[in-house]
Design a binder for this molecule. Structure first.
Ligand code: ADP
Length: 227
């Protein structure tokens, strides 16, 4: 089997408050392989956002290591982490955070141009992705002219525009009605399989989680496989 796309090894995270220490992650282990989608299902306060932030190199663990591909990241300074995050990690949030003044295509082109691609290259990739996600006829629309499900699909296209190794999502369909959520979720998991991404998706929706490759939860600061 190939190496994991992302591997959290003995990850620790605690928050120290006046008298208490909250041990959120105690020795968390999680490996996700290319093309695999993993649902993260846990009650509020269990540490889902903490785990996603650490996997996304937004937050540093207090102990342990995060490998992105075969690259260890614990020793990296903030600039190196930011540079690696831009290349290797895509994020999708519950709210789309698209730029309202730009079209769907431009929202997907911008991260590519920031990375140094030409406008023509960025436009080609953007239109491929948007077409794949069923938005081929909406590329010139601004976010305000799109439905909630369409906005979220643009956000997914933007997250994967630079062909990252890992996709992290925090309740990506939490803001959508069930039918739209189902549709957006299908698009997301198809994209994961097609592109060989590794995806970690926090969700409360057990029906959607059941369609992913694996399900994990957080228990006493550990990542535990469900099923
Ligand atoms: P979830 O996403 O599962 O709801 P979080 O990862 O946001 O959980 O938070 C896990 C726990 O850590 C919660 O009890 C929360 O109150 C606590 N926590 C999160 N961030 C901080 C912080 N910066 N300082 C202190 N406690 C925090």
């Amino acid at each position: 089997m190939s190496d994991p796309a992302i591997f959290l090894h003995q990850v620790e995270r605690r928050y120290v408050q006046a008298e208490n220490t909250l041990e959120i992650l105690r020795s968390a282990e999680l490996a996700i392989w290319p093309g695999q989608s993993v649902a993260l299902i846990a009650p509020s306060g269990a540490g889902k956002s903490t785990l996603l932030h650490i996997a996304g190199l937004l937050e540093r663990p207090d102990g342990g290591e995060v490998f992105v591909g075969d690259q260890p990241t614990a020793h990296m300074d903030d600039d190196a982490r930011t540079a690696l995050r831009r290349i290797e990690i895509g994020f999708v949030y519950q709210f789309h955070h698209l730029l309202p003044e730009f079209s769907a295509a431009e929202n997907v082109m911008l991260p590519q141009m920031i990375r140094g691609l030409s406008k023509a290259e960025a436009r080609d990739r953007s239109s491929q992705l948007l077409t794949y996600l069923g938005l081929g006829k909406r590329t010139k629309h601004r976010p305000g002219e799109l439905s909630g499900g369409e906005q979220q699909r643009v956000a997914i296209a933007r997250a994967v525009a630079n062909n990252p190794r890992v996709l992290l999502a925090d309740e990506p369909t939490g803001n959508l009605d069930p039918k739209t959520a189902d549709h957006v979720f299908g698009a997301l998991t198809d994209l994961v399989r097609m592109s060989g991404l590794a995806a970690l998706i926090a969700t409360h929706n057990l029906e959607l989680a059941s369609r992913m490759d694996r399900r994990v939860t957080l228990r006493d600061g550990l990542v535990v496989e469900l099923d």
